[in-house]
Design a protein around this ligand. Sequence first.
Ligand SMILES: Nc1ncnc2c1ncn2[C@@H]1O[C@H](COP(=O)(O)OP(=O)(O)OP(=O)(O)O)[C@@H](O)[C@H]1O
Length: 209
Amino acid sequence: MISIQAVAHSYNSNQQLSFKDWQINNGEQWLLLGQSGSGKTTLLHILTGILKPTAGEVRIGDTAIYQLSPKALDRFRGRQIGIIFQRPHLIKSLTIAENLLLAQSFAKLPENHKRIDEVLKSLDMLHKKNAYPNELSQGQLQRISIARAVINKPALLIADEPTSSLDDKNAEAVLELLLQQSGLNQATLIVATHDKRVKDAFTHTYDLT
Ligand SMILES: Nc1ncnc2c1ncn2[C@@H]1O[C@H](COP(=O)(O)OP(=O)(O)OP(=O)(O)O)[C@@H](O)[C@H]1O
């Protein structure tokens, strides 16, 4: 279970963002909705341990994440949280397989080539294992972002506007893959968007507006 309680954040003294309490059961798939500027990215950063809120508590499973030391929080994030950004952030000088190995190494997990093959296969990308990021299309790169996010079997999978730079066909495919991968890996899924194409696929919605 993931929960936020009495969470608020101020970037400066003349503005405060308050977030209503939210409880998410394991394996649920949620849409995080809100207009531009409503605080979606702020809340995702708070949930992923990147931004400590000025007030409130964030729990992932039994862990109150902001009570961890910075080092423990880094490790927790690497193992328990997979993040997919609007655009893929892959290392250009490394192959797809090497990028995935790096994600394992960042989380202090042993190299697991079998897991890499398994994930790439489930995303129909095994044939690009030894390619470099600049040899892939945008849609393929977004699949590799999903692969990297799920490689360590995180409990929580978070996607920030994952479809906004994609055309309809790729947007639909990426969304289907996110839902499928969260199911396959038994990960809770949160997708932040203002993309209207995405709305119908989710039964749970947290609305910031
Ligand atoms: N680093 C920052 N310093 C000061 N204010 C910030 C900072 N980051 C965000 N804000 C402000 O906090 C509010 C929420 O921003 P946030 O990026 O979380 O919104 P969002 O819903 O993700 O918007 P968008 O859909 O446009 O990406 C906005 O008013 C924004 O100007």
